[in-house]
Unconditional design. Sequence first.
Length: 159
Amino acid sequence: MDHGTRRYPTKVDLKIALIIWGAVLISYATLLAIPAGAGQVRTLILVMVTAIWLIAAPFMWPVDYTLTSDSLIVRIGVIKVRFLYSSIQEVHSESGLLVTPVIGIKAAYSVDRLMIKAERNGKDFYVAISPPDKEAFMRDLQARDSGLISIGTSLRCQG
């Protein structure tokens, strides 16, 4: 059965958005602490802070998750990571601000997210994602990968 390609945007929690935008504002607010007579220093710091954010931004946004006929593609900015469905071993729900993958990527701007365990180059690889509707995403993923079975609120590879 062909399910077509389906893209899921990331869910963004207000807390995490405030942390990110707070960091941006604080980095620019430091310019206010520089005395008015130090114009060259202020200009240098403005250029440095702007450069840092311009370099970081393409690696932070946009974030989305695409289900294709044979794989899950996780995009965080300019980085795209493809997981063949056959490599996915487990998908489970997870929450908390400080939970991060051991070896993998965090492509989630929400504390309410899914952790996907997949095999990559013979090793376990984890990716945290946060689709707006986790249950719908898991149903769609399971419909595309007959090797995943539902166990409670998780999906696991039956092989």
